[in-house]
Design a protein around this ligand. Structure first.
Ligand code: SF4
Length: 471
């Protein structure tokens, strides 16, 4: 691995955009058709959150092909729940009959014996046509109706759609709590002030965080998106809300309306854990001695775990989960060199702390990064490992660079505390060690062509006279 020369003004990490190729990220970005951050169909995010909740029904309204794709993917990921579907035709769409069909469907489904809530989601076509879900009843026989427009042209990523549904549910629950007593969480209310966590994480991570908070007399509260309606009240009733994933802006707004302080970042690695515990202590008015006790109880274990599982190599990192900056911090503290980290999510005030920490260590941090830019980073930095979305992984492997899919192989691991400090090393080091196999494969397949001239296609398609190149 040749070292990067960060003093060279044309080095990709020098920040000298003009010298390095006229691009604001400091390296040449290949042209391509995407031009926006990668995402699955955004509605998938909201659908997944609804399908995971107990006593919650999900109904989609959209084109049959979209609903087929969404239900296929949901069941591929183990939803094991029925997805309701209200189909439409051109006639029912333009005459308003579709709205009547939707109203009939929710009335039929709203059985309080089976459901606490019913989530009705407009996909692209009914959203664009303005099918007015907001006119559906708010409550039928005690079943809450949550109506949501999640079109691909209006919501940036599927991750943000999770926040859209979580925020809508918190808003509803907050209005209920303001009107009178609400249900306690399963197992009763906590006897300590709690910290609500925002963002999906490895199932053991909230328990690890709970152990970290104990010396400060705090407990971990529910994780948003919640798994049950009654958890929403407990989530709102926290001492502080922690935006572990910093793009949960609609949920954050509800915590702020409920008068709760919100903090960013997460207890990852040594620096991150120390700073996060300090921020929790400050937000909850905990005496410095107790904050120090919490830090002293956990930090030596984190340091030892980092030292025991070193990572050596240059890694580029991109994804659309919202935890990319946290993973980059952990990798750097494990010894990796990270020249570039990108996320499909937007920058928010709650990502600033992680962004600044990374930038201070020479990392180029990119928000809303398009696919072409992520591939440009792989080209520019020639990493030992590219962690990214599926097309980035494919592009890296074509270049004989080992690559890992962020969503399934990295973000689904513990990240917090000592468990997080050691969890990435095994998979990352094993992938880096595969370089030789990739080179052997590349040489085996050399000469078979690529792109338009791969395999049996020996000639690139040419425009016939009079035809225009597709734009
Ligand atoms: S058209 Fe819209 S609803 Fe359908 S799959 Fe694409 S983004 Fe999703």
């Amino acid at each position: 691995m040749p070292p990067l020369d960060r003093s060279d003004p044309t080095s990709p990490t020098s920040g000298n955009a003009q010298a390095a190729g006229g691009c604001s990220v400091g390296f040449p970005v290949p042209e391509g058709p995407h031009g926006r951050a990668p995402t699955m169909c955004p509605a998938f995010g909201a659908l997944r959150v609804g399908l995971r909740m107990r006593r919650t029904a999900s109904v989609l309204c959209g084109s049959a092909c979209c609903v087929y794709g969404l239900s296929f993917t949901s069941h591929f990921y183990g939803a094991r729940r029925t997805i309701g579907y209200v189909p439409f035709t051109s006639e029912t769409l333009v005459t308003g009959k579709l709205f009547e069909d939707l109203r009939e469907a929710v009335h039929e489904l709203a059985d309080p014996g089976r459901y606490d809530a019913l989530v009705v989601t407009n996909l692209c076509v009914p959203s664009a046509a303005g099918v007015p879900l907001r006119l559906l009843p708010r409550n039928i026989n005690g079943v809450r109706i949550i109506a949501l427009d999640v079109p691909g042209f209006g919501v940036g990523t599927h991750a943000e759609a999770k926040d859209r549904l979580a925020g809508a549910m918190l808003r509803y629950a907050r209005s209920e709590a303001e009107m009178g007593p609400v249900m306690a969480p399963r197992g009763g209310p906590s006897d300590k002030p709690t910290v609500t966590l925002m963002g999906e994480m490895f199932p053991a991570d909230p328990m690890t965080i709970g152990a970290m908070l104990a010396p400060m007399g705090l407990a971990v509260g529910p994780v948003v998106p919640t798994r049950e309606w009654r958890e929403l009240y407990a989530a709102l009733d926290c001492a502080v809300a922690a935006a572990i994933h910093p793009f949960y802006v609609e949920s954050i707004r509800e915590f702020q309306h409920a008068g709760r302080p919100v903090i960013g970042s997460a207890p990852v690695g040594y620096d991150g854990t120390a700073a996060w515990l300090a921020a929790v202590g400050k937000a909850c008015g905990i005496a410095p001695d107790y904050v120090a006790a919490a830090q002293n109880a956990i930090l030596p274990g984190v340091k030892a775990a980092l030292a025991k599982a070193p990572i050596r190599g240059r890694i580029t990192l991109s994804g659309y989960e919202g935890s990319e900056l946290l993973v980059a911090r952990l990798l750097i503290e494990s010894g990796a060199e990270i020249p570039y980290v990108s996320t499909a999510l937007p920058r928010t005030p709650w990502s600033d702390e992680d962004r600044i920490w990374l930038e201070e260590r020479g990392v180029t941090v990119a928000f809303r990064a398009p696919l072409e830019q992520d591939i440009g980073a792989v080209e520019a930095f020639q990493p030992d490992l590219a962690v990214g979305t599926t097309p980035v992984v494919q592009a890296a492997k074509e270049r004989a660079i080992p690559a890992l899919y962020f969503t399934n192989l990295i973000s689904a691991r513990p990240l917090m505390g000592p468990a997080g400090a050691g969890s990435l090393a095994q998979v990352v080091n094993a992938a880096i060690a595969n370089k030789g196999r990739f080179e052997a494969m590349k040489s085996f397949f050399s000469g078979v062509g690529s792109g338009d001239v791969a395999g049996v296609w020996s000639e690139a398609p040419r425009c016939r006279s009079g035809q225009k190149e597709a734009s």
